[in-house]
Design a protein around this ligand. Structure first.
Ligand SMILES: Nc1ncnc2c1ncn2[C@@H]1O[C@H](COP(=O)(O)OP(=O)(O)OP(=O)(O)O)[C@@H](O)[C@H]1O
Ligand SMILES: [Mg+2]
Length: 282
C-alpha cells in the first residue's frame, strides 16, 4: 500500500501496489449489488473484492446470470454498488454523484460492448470523434484518425458501420474507447457476436494495445479459448469470486489454431468422465 499526499500534507488517497510495484487501477472491496423490484429484492453481487493492476490483461468468466455484466457496469462507473467501496486509480468512486461519475467515465474508462453500439449513419472517423466532442477536446480529427490507425483501420475512416465487417465494427468501437486515453478498457463480451476469425482479429488488437501501450484491459467472455489469450482469469459464480488464476502461458492471437470441436469434446470427457485420468476406468 502506498499513500499519496496532496499539497497541504493531508492524505489524499491510498493505492495498493503489487509485488512488481504496479499500482492498482481497480480496487473493489466487498461490493454488493441488490436490485429492488417492487417488494422483491434480488442480491446479485454478494461481496466481491478484487484488484486489477496497471498493465494487466484480465478476463472474467462465469455462468449466465452470475453477475458479470452487473460487476462490469459498476467497474465502468455506469452503475453504483449497493454497499462496499470502489477505488478507481486511488479515488473512491462508490459514493459520487451522477455528474461526477459521468466525468470520471469519460476521462478514465473506455467501454466496449458486445453489440458494438455504433451509430448507424455515422462514419468511423466521426464515431471516434464523439467522446472528444463531449469532453471538449481540441484537435479531434487528428486524434480520432490516430486511434483508428492504432486498430488497423486507417484506410476505413469514411466507412459507415454497414460498410464494415463485424470485426472491423468492433475495432471502431475499440478506437472510440481508446481515443480519450483512458486508464483502462472494459469490454463486456466483445467477441460474443463475432465469428471465430473476427474474434481473433479483435483479440489481436486488445493484445497489441496491452503489450505496446500497456493499456489495462478487463473483459468478459464465455469462451475459454478466448480467456486463454489473457494473463489472468477471474471466475464468478452466483455473485461471488470463486477462482482467480494467472494464465501460465497466454496464447498469442492468430498464432495457434483453436482446437477442433472433437478435440475440445475429448478434453471435456477426459475431465468430467474420466476425472482427468483414463486409467482409473480401464
Ligand atoms: N436492472 C436489473 N434489475 C433487476 N435485475 C437485474 C437487473 N440487471 C440484472 N439483473 C439480474 O441480475 C442477475 C445477473 O445479471 P447479469 O446481467 O449481471 O448476469 P451475467 O453474468 O452478465 O449474465 P450473461 O452471461 O447472461 O450476460 C440476473 O439474474 C439478472 O436477471
Ligand atoms: Mg452479461
Amino acid at each position: 500500500m502506498i499513500r499519496l499526499f496532496n499539497r497541504n500534507g493531508k492524505r489524499a488517497e491510498e493505492v495498493a501496489v503489487d509485488e512488481n510495484g504496479r499500482r492498482a487501477v481497480i480496487d473493489v472491496r466487498n461490493i454488493t449489488k441488490t436490485y429492488q423490484m417492487g417488494e422483491v429484492s434480488l442480491q446479485v453481487l454478494k461481496g466481491i473484492s478484487l484488484k486489477v493492476y496497471e498493465g494487466e490483461f484480465v478476463s472474467i468468466m462465469g455462468p449466465s446470470g452470475s453477475g458479470k455484466s452487473t460487476l462490469m457496469n459498476i467497474l465502468g462507473c455506469l452503475d453504483q454498488p449497493t454497499s462496499g467501496e470502489y477505488y478507481l486509480d486511488g479515488v473512491d468512486v462508490s459514493k459520487l454523484s451522477e455528474n461526477e461519475l459521468a466525468r470520471i467515465r469519460n476521462k478514465k474508462i473506455g467501454f466496449v460492448f458486445q453489440n458494438f453500439n455504433l451509430l448507424k449513419r455515422t462514419s468511423a472517423l466521426r464515431q471516434v470523434e464523439l467522446p472528444l466532442i463531449y469532453g471538449g477536446v481540441s484537435g479531434r480529427s487528428k486524434k480520432a484518425k490516430a486511434a483508428l490507425e492504432a486498430v488497423g483501420l486507417g484506410n476505413r475512416l469514411n466507412h459507415l458501420p454497414s460498410e464494415l465487417s463485424g470485426g472491423q465494427q468492433q475495432r471502431v468501437a475499440i478506437a472510440r474507447a481508446l481515443v480519450n486515453e483512458p486508464s483502462m478498457i472494459l469490454a463486456d463480451e466483445p467477441t460474443g457476436n463475432l465469428d471465430s476469425r473476427s474474434g481473433t482479429e479483435v483479440m489481436q488488437i486488445f493484445q497489441q494495445l496491452n503489450r505496446e501501450k500497456g493499456i489495462t484491459t478487463v473483459f468478459v467472455t464465455h469462451d475459454p479459448w478466448i480467456a486463454r489469450h489473457t494473463q489472468r482469469v477471474i471466475m464468478i459464480r452466483d455473485g461471488k469470486v470463486v477462482a482467480d488464476r494467472k494464465v501460465a502461458q497466454p496464447l498469442v492471437a492468430g498464432e495457434s489454431e483453436r482446437p477442433s470441436e472433437a478435440e475440445e469434446l475429448e478434453g471435456i470427457f477426459q475431465e468430467v468422465y474420466y476425472g482427468g485420468s483414463r486409467e482409473e476406468y480401464n
